[in-house]
Design a protein around this ligand. Sequence first.
Ligand code: RP5
Length: 171
Amino acid sequence: MTKVKETMSKSPKIGIIMGSKSDLHIMQDAADVLKELGVDYEITVVSAHRTPDRMFSYARAAADRGLKVIIAGAGGAAHLPGMVASLTHLPVIGVPVKSSNSIDGWDSILSILQMPNGIPVATVALNAAKNAGILAAQILSTRDETIVQNLIAYKEELKRKVEESAAELED
Ligand code: RP5
């Protein structure tokens, strides 16, 4: 990818949370793509079921701490994204994780996707933490021209790779 310009580094604008450290191998993709796009983030574990008080504090303090978007990943009975969305006005992007306690991943997807009217969670595909990171950057980019330019460069690179593959196959 072309050179990424760093953005507003003082306080992270994106919070990445996950129900368990066992989700990290998936959720790391969100962190990696945000880094690639030059967007500051913080990352931690917040369990809806095992640490409900921590979830309440995290979600309630998020906006005042300067976060603009929360990415929340969980698997199985994946209540974290929806509960966090119920506690903050910030946009929440949910990542369904196919976890050790998932039946087949549909449990995670449906737990996050099927929210009641009024409390949306922007749900990405199973294990698609990278897309959650890109979407979070796109939300921030509505007020940040540097991120816009980094996203354009990122998409240009995707296009270049496809064209390179096509050229190789057509040779
Ligand atoms: C969920 O349970 C977590 O988000 C994780 O996906 C799953 C399994 O957690 P561990 O038992 O591996 O800690 O709450």
